[in-house]
Design a protein around this ligand. Structure first.
Ligand code: CA
Length: 225
């Protein structure tokens, strides 16, 4: 279930947000000050935060800078009072993804929430290597306008190589990652699948280092056009 952290010190607004999100199938947690917001964002796993800028203990801006400094990537939508234009700009520069001016309609906040969640999901579902984009949901690689399908083990092999791009991976490590326990070191199936991938993605893209293993070389992919 998608989890939303609501940091808002006004009971009326917090409860309006909680009810609205829960009626739309989200699970929520409400905190009333900036310190709790920082702690909960650190200790629990949320998909998005709705963050009031005017919070006690720590301001929304401080919360934002704290969580971004820790590398927290969840989308954050800030709530600002009508006259807080400067603060809103600071919030966007400080890593907020969107903002809503109070008073706002819940429908609009919901639409923006859905959009931000979808974008976050799309970012998570792809791995980029040079001009190649591997789609972890669709099992495809995009190169320019071309969409290349990678069935079964071709995708599994590509995924390992993309996740460790630039690193040399031993035959044995690749066999185990793609074929699991059945990874028989004597078989030629790895070589066969490397060949399939090279045919689809270009010859230079998978480098063979004799006696060491294979390496994805995104810098050697020739971009079309
Ligand atoms: Ca407030």
């Amino acid at each position: 279930m998608t989890r939303i952290l609501i940091a808002e010190d006004e009971d009326r607004i917090a409860s309006f947000l909680r009810k609205g999100f829960e009626a739309n199938g989200y699970s929520t947690e409400v905190v009333e000050d900036g310190l709790q917001a920082v702690e909960l964002a650190r200790d629990a796993d949320f998909d998005l935060m709705v963050l009031d800028l005017g919070l006690p203990e720590r301001s929304g801006l401080e919360v934002l800078s704290d969580i971004r400094a820790r590398g927290e990537k969840m989308p954050v939508i800030i709530l600002t009072a009508r006259d807080e234009v400067d603060t809103t700009v600071a919030g966007l520069e400080g890593g907020a993804d969107d903002y809503m001016k109070k008073p706002f309609s819940f429908e609009e906040l919901l639409a923006r929430t859905r959009l931000r969640l979808r974008q976050a999901d799309e970012i998570e579902s792809t791995i980029t290597a040079g001009p190649l984009i591997l789609d972890l949901h669709r099992h495809t690689v995009t190169l320019g306008d071309e969409v290349i399908e990678l069935p079964g083990r071709e995708f599994a092999l590509a995924e390992v190589l993309f996740r460790h791009q630039g690193d040399v991976l031993s035959r044995q490590a690749l066999l185990e990652a793609v074929w699991g326990e059945e990874g028989d070191p004597g078989s030629k199936k790895l070589e066969v699948y490397v060949l399939y991938l090279r045919r689809k993605l270009g010859d230079g893209v998978i480098e063979n280092l004799r006696g060491q293993g294979y390496r994805l070389r995104p810098d050697l992919v020739t971009s079309p056009g």
